[in-house]
Design a protein around this ligand. Structure first.
Ligand code: NAP
Length: 280
């Protein structure tokens, strides 16, 4: 039997509608500032998408585009200015930055209560110890998808492939928080296929076309594909061999139309949360 396809696009539209309704009840519009440095075409697409999402949710948004050769000081001064503005609730620096920047220092310069990407060590620490606060957008989007499709994480064995600070690690933490038993795999895991076969819920967040094949998936497992790769034909695809895995899994996310739109929707939720916590 073919898997239930988890429709991230439709769910993201629902989440954004909920956010729009809540934002409309605030005393002031939530405000998001997006900073883009240089002319990376993928970054441009992401920034345009965020602007559109803000419009859909009824938020105020502004974009700050710095040239490729901008300095760290210039960027830090811009962040400092935005940190102090009451109309701006969230600040997002589109990554990656050109190589002259110290990315860690830039992310630390964002005031934690405006860190809607949840990349600041303060917010990552809160996540780790289970305190309420921002949730990292991609893993939070995955959790929301599971919840909406009636997949209970509690007591399940979740295998997360990938251990980045943006996806793999926080994904594992969020699953642990919901009482899953979690295994994290990475490039040094010697028996990846074997580990994956033990998963009730398998999350692939690597960035390698064709990495997860049907023989690595247990019959009836839930398979979440976070990756966004280009195949040889230039088509967007994930890490999972979709057709063969879909015939074995109980639920599967497509790429595109799966985790990607949910990540964007969760950014809107975080910006709403920031505005609420700023008393709007
Ligand atoms: P990353 O920082 O490059 O991390 C990739 C992880 O995969 C690393 O932990 C790496 O292990 C592991 N890995 C590499 N080769 C492996 C292998 N052969 N077997 C097992 N693990 C392996 O990437 P990322 O930022 O987490 O992103 C991962 C993917 O998700 C990318 O395709 C990215 O485009 C996509 N993404 C999508 C969204 C979305 O909204 N849908 C958001 C963010 C990222 P080591 O740590 O040992 O090197």
């Amino acid at each position: 039997m073919d898997a239930v396809v988890i429709d991230g696009k439709a769910l993201a539209a629902k989440v954004k509608e909920e956010v729009r309704e809540k934002a409309a009840r605030l005393t002031q519009k939530p405000g998001l500032a997006v900073i883009i440095v240089g002319d990376n075409p993928a970054s441009r697409v992401y920034v345009n998408g965020k602007k559109k999402d803000c419009e859909e949710c009824g938020f105020y948004s502004e974009e700050h585009a710095l040239p490729e050769y901008a300095s760290q000081q210039e960027l830090l001064a811009l962040i400092e200015g935005l940190n102090g503005r009451e109309d701006i609730d969230g600040i997002l620096v589109q990554l990656p930055l050109p190589k002259q920047f110290d990315e860690r220092a830039v992310l630390r310069a964002i005031r934690p209560d405006k860190d809607v990407d949840c990349f600041h060590p303060f917010n990552v620490g809160k996540l780790m110890i289970g305190e309420e606060g921002f949730l990292p957008c991609t893993p939070a989007g995955v959790m929301r998808m599971l919840r909406e499709y009636g997949v209970d994480v509690s007591g399940k064995h979740c295998v997360v492939v990938g251990r980045s600070n943006i996806v793999g690690k926080p994904q594992a933490i969020l699953m642990l928080r919901e009482n899953a038993t979690v295994t994290i795999c990475h490039s040094r895991t010697p028996n990846l296929a074997e580990e994956c076969r033990t998963a009730d819920i398998l999350v692939a967040a690597v960035g390698k076309v064709g990495l997860i094949t049907a023989d690595m998936v247990k019959q009836g497992a839930v398979v979440i594909d976070v990756a966004m790769n280009r195949n040889e034909q230039g088509k967007l695809c994930g890490d999972v061999c979709y057709a063969e895995v879909a015939s074995k899994a109980s639920h599967i996310t497509p790429v595109p139309g799966g985790v990607g739109p949910m990540t964007r929707a969760m950014l809107m939720e975080n910006t709403l949360y920031a505005a609420q916590s700023h008393g709007k």
